[in-house]
Design a protein around this ligand. Structure first.
Ligand code: BTN
Length: 250
């Protein structure tokens, strides 16, 4: 099967993880571009070592591609992918008014419906796998955060078609890093909590301040009350805007 952009799709009824399959293919020399799409995953992986519940009804897909630039630009792909998911929802269901939560979660009404897991899966040339899980029909129970789904009436295949078109467009603009300023700007215009209060790494060595921007390397810039500026590269970040909205609805 081929998508509208011409990208081939390898479809599986069930697989451990489409990201794991991308790594296996890259190990065998595959360069892409291609999609790996599964109806269900038995070992779906999420960020921060979490499991990604992968029952039939939602989209589980990984885009595998190569870049001529070095793997150091790969961290930027998170932002490219989040924008592509945002574009996909705006094309299919604009009334859902999605927002992007740093680094690459896209939320609807403060709830997560999609997860993006970019990984470098090969070298010479650098191979990147962007794993995307999109709740189309089902919002799984038991997650440590509120979840939602795009809603009935959408076909999983149409979501993949639109995601591929949106991702191809944003990857073209990104241009292996040369277009990152445009990506950063577009990402910032759609970001949740920019200019608002954030807490980074809650529960450990916590920093609290204002989310003042996205750094060139994709770090969240946090400016504390005393003027201290920290660059947050990974971990959990809590956004006051989101917490307040949740308190209003519970
Ligand atoms: C997250 O935790 O936000 C990221 C979730 C990414 C899930 C997708 S589903 C397709 C691909 N295969 C995986 O095992 N994970 C990603």
């Amino acid at each position: 099967m081929k998508l509208g952009t011409g990208h081939p799709v390898v479809h599986f009824d069930r697989i451990d993880s489409t990201n794991a399959e991308a790594r296996r293919l890259a190990d065998q020399g595959e360069r892409g571009p291609l999609w790996l799409w599964a109806d269900a995953q038995t070992g779906g992986r999420g960020r921060l070592g979490r499991t990604w519940i992968s029952e039939p009804g939602n989209l589980y897909a990984t885009f595998l591609f190569s870049i001529a630039a070095g793997a150091e630009v790969a961290a930027q792909v998170s932002f490219v992918a989040a924008l592509a998911v945002h574009d996909m929802v705006m094309a299919l269901r604009p009334e859902l008014a999605p927002r992007i939560k740093w680094p690459n979660d896209v939320l609807i009404g403060g709830a997560k419906f999609c997860g993006v897991l970019p990984e470098v899966v090969g070298a010479n040339p650098a191979r990147i796998a962007i794993g995307c899980g999109v709740n189309v029909a089902l919002a799984p129970d038991g997650t440590p955060y509120p979840v939602t789904a795009l809603g009935a009436g959408l076909q999983v295949e149409s979501v993949l078609q639109q995601l591929d078109a949106s991702l191809s467009n944003r990857l073209r603009i990104w241009d292996e890093g040369k277009g990152f300023p445009a990506i950063r700007l577009a990402w910032s215009e759609r970001a949740l909590g920019l200019g608002g209060e954030v807490t980074a790494n809650p529960g450990t060595k916590e920093s609290r301040g204002i989310f003042t921007g996205l750094a060139a390397d994709g770090a969240l810039i946090l400016t504390e009350r005393d003027g201290t500026v920290s660059h947050i590269h990974s971990g959990e970040v809590k956004f006051a805007e989101l917490e307040h909205a949740r308190q209003r609805t519970t």
